[in-house]
Design a protein around this ligand. Structure first.
Ligand code: WAQ
Ligand code: MG
Length: 302
């Protein structure tokens, strides 16, 4: 079994004199795969990196590692979607859930500072649930959750669930000039495509967008399930830093994976991840688990 990952970087245009230090991280993806699937998955990662909504990369780094340790198994979180029509409402919903988990107001305020900051981190911030203190050692990089995958059985089941979620409904949205958008999923197809809908070639593009959306949610559910499997993590909140992805989530052992549409406005570049952790957490152990321990996500009881 192998772990494969990509990260792509773009030159920071405001700082183009610094040749080596001016690479801004724009995206990353990873998973645990059977050796025979590694070629195929690397091609997909390259394709994604080259067409990323945050910009065209100057550098793509691919790492393939042999997994020596047998992966542990963790359960997939159940998925639900909340009704939410604006970033303000999203903040309200998230704050409410976090307070039910006994997370302090201060911790929530600090989390939103990270999530809405113009300067996005590569990884996640760790926030202590009562004191609200940020404890990740590197505040720019954060913690990168890594070495997580999904069993074939769980993946099939998850894809069935996700196909049902990602069926776009016809909604006219004058503010974003989109022809079709599902309010429930935050899925959007540009007007250009919808105005030509029905003509040859459109279905292919449409299918591609649905597939991309499904991949995004699938990867987020796998990551969130690994994170939720840590005893010391109480909850995680995520906003994508992609300008065209407006659905986020809050995940916890208690509530599962709750999707939050319209967590940000279309076109906004901010995003991030925060994990709320117990007061007495051994930080190094937690980071070791999140970054290094191979975990396969499975359906409970299988
Ligand atoms: N480990 C920790 N943090 C990460 C990782 C990682 N492996 N990858 C990304 N992040 C952080 C980083 O700060 C990014 O800026 C931020 O998360 C967002 O990353 O059900 O696509 O890859 O529809 O843009 C949510 C899907 C998708 C919700 C999230 O995040 C749904 C997404 P992105
Ligand atoms: Mg992103």
């Amino acid at each position: 079994m192998r772990a494969a990952k990509t990260s792509c970087k773009i030159k920071n245009k405001n700082n183009s004199k610094l040749k080596t230090q001016n690479l801004e991280h724009i995206s990353g993806a990873e998973g645990i795969y059977d050796e025979k699937d590694v070629h195929k998955i690397c091609n997909k990662y390259i394709q994604r990196a080259l067409t990323h909504p945050r910009g065209e990369p100057d550098e793509i780094v691919i790492t393939i590692e042999k997994i020596k340790q047998n992966p542990d198994i963790a359960s997939i979180l159940p998925i639900t979607t909340s009704q939410c029509s604006s970033p303000d409402e999203a903040r309200e919903t998230i704050s409410q859930r976090l307070s039910e988990l006994n997370i302090s107001k201060k911790a929530v305020v600090n989390a939103f500072k990270v999530l809405t900051s113009k300067k996005t981190m590569r990884g996640a911030s760790l926030i202590v649930m009562r004191s609200g203190k940020r404890v990740e050692p590197d505040k720019e990089r954060g913690i990168r959750v890594s070495r997580m995958g999904i069993t074939k059985t769980a993946e099939r089941k998850l894809l069935q669930i996700l196909y049902k979620i990602v069926i776009p409904a016809k909604v006219y949205d004058p503010t974003h000039r989109a022809g079709i958008q599902s309010r429930e999923t935050g899925f959007r197809i540009p007007r250009l495509l919808t105005s030509r809908a029905g003509k040859p070639g459109i279905t292919g593009t449409h299918d591609e967008m649905i597939k991309n959306k499904i991949t995004t949610i699938k990867e987020a559910v796998i990551l969130a399930s690994k994170v939720a499997s840590c005893q010391s993590v109480i909850a995680e909140v995520c906003i994508s830093d992609d300008p065209d992805y407006t659905t986020g989530y809050i995940a916890s052992k208690r509530f599962g994976y709750l999707r939050i549409p319209n967590i940000k406005k279309y076109g906004e570049m901010h995003g991030g991840r925060v994990m709320f952790i117990k007061e007495n957490t051994e930080i190094e152990d937690l980071i070791g688990y999140l970054e290094k321990r191979p975990i396969l996500i499975n359906i409970q009881g299988k």
